[in-house]
Ligand binder design. Sequence first.
Ligand SMILES: [Zn+2]
Ligand SMILES: [Zn+2]
Ligand SMILES: [Zn+2]
Ligand SMILES: [Zn+2]
Length: 275
Amino acid sequence: MEPCSKESVDFSTDLNKNNSVSATISDPKILDCHNCFKPLCAPVFQCENGHIACSTCCSKFENKCHKCSKCSMDIILQRCRVIENLLQCIEIPCPNEKHGCKETITYSRKRNHEEECVYGPCHCPHPDCDFVAIPEELSKHFSNKHRSSRIKFSYGQFFTLSLKSYDETIVLQEEMDDKLFILNHSSTILGTAVNINIIDSISSESEYGYVIWAKSKKCCMKLHASAESVRRVTSPILSSEFLMIPSGYINSSPSTELEIRITFKVTSYLISCIT
Ligand SMILES: [Zn+2]
Ligand SMILES: [Zn+2]
Ligand SMILES: [Zn+2]
Ligand SMILES: [Zn+2]
């Protein structure tokens, strides 16, 4: 059984802050969805046996309690206003407080805030390292500790690299601002899929665009896309946008040569094959 973590919270009994009281929830997991274990936010649903579900799980299981259905019981979920009100009244410090976030949030905002928080920690992309920090510190760490494991580049300028025959994650680091990008390379039954992510806390639309060219003697393929942000590398990362280089496309050389350019603020993408 997992140990209960303790979390100090403000238990406001009234919207007037003067009437608030402090309490400790000995097991904050009771405020998580019983199915997906993510923090609850309104609307919240409950079955008559006391199982709590978030709105995502409620829709996913067609308004029926998933826990009860495992025991062959078909029980419809109902809105649980008590828990919704409770979530709205509980205030907690941002879970990224230790990384510098000063925000106090209601528990019902925890789920969204964790995704948006600019202090969300990012994981070092080096395969043998478990360092975790905000993006600026991670960039410095990578420059200091893994200097030989990166390819340096400058925004707006083309650079060339060759892919090995196996799946790999290549770390790219910008010359001036030290931001870290990842070139993902994954073998599929159709060929080799490649794309680029930026390591960053914010998961909204990226301000960074990139172009990848794969050239052979007779033709070339190009992907023009925006670099989605990721907080950690789970190899391989392939978003909906990637360049598929068909098997045998570049068969004159033992490795696949790519030309790459990373720039600011390019959000549209285009895949073209020029013959
Ligand atoms: Zn859920
Ligand atoms: Zn149930
Ligand atoms: Zn935060
Ligand atoms: Zn590291």
